[in-house]
Design a protein. Structure first.
Length: 175
């Protein structure tokens, strides 16, 4: 069942909120992007998650009201080349349509694994042909464990191309 999210309200972040957010961002290039920005807008969604747009680009998905669980938005990765150095897996063509429908990443569909994946870390999920990020997820195991597995779920998908976060982010983009 697909659940469609809607924007409850939008507002610009105060300097105090930006400072609080900066203290919680662990990705250096994303933090630098926010520090240099002239504006950051927060869109609260009807499921109490949110999207922060920096300079008109959807940049951060906020999964909780206190900004403790944040994930880079695919738009900032693809269009601004920020957070492109995250650990990654590359999936085969057979897994691609499943991931693009929100499925979690299963070990048999993975053809390459970066060496630096740690359990509970945000991981890029890339497609095999152009190595373009198509999703983000949380690693359920570290690289060594994943390489020794032959089956099972290895990444919990959080955000993928053309999901609700992507579509709402598109609405927030400035032209």
């Amino acid at each position: 069942m697909v659940i469609f999210m809607k924007i409850k309200h939008r507002r610009f972040l105060s300097k105090k909120e930006i400072k609080k957010l900066l203290s919680k961002i662990t990705y250096k290039d994303l933090r630098s992007f926010l520090e240099k920005a002239r504006s950051a807008e927060f869109a609260l969604l009807d499921n109490d998650s949110g999207i922060i747009s920096i300079e008109g680009t959807p940049s951060i998905i906020v999964l909780d009201p206190d900004f403790n669980k944040i994930v880079p938005h695919l738009a900032v990765i693809i269009y601004k080349k920020i957070c492109v150095d995250l650990p990654y897996v590359i999936i085969d063509k057979g897994a691609l349509p499943h991931i693009l429908n929100g499925a979690d990443v299963m070990r048999p569909g993975v053809v390459e694994i970066s060496e630096d994946i740690e359990k509970d870390q945000i991981v890029l999920i890339k497609e095999i042909d152009k190595k373009i990020p198509i999703a983000l997820g949380i690693a359920l195991f570290d690289s060594k464990e994943i390489k020794n597995m032959s089956k099972g779920k290895i990444i919990k998908t959080l955000h993928y191309f053309k999901d609700n976060f992507w579509n709402i982010g598109k609405q927030l983009m400035t032209k």
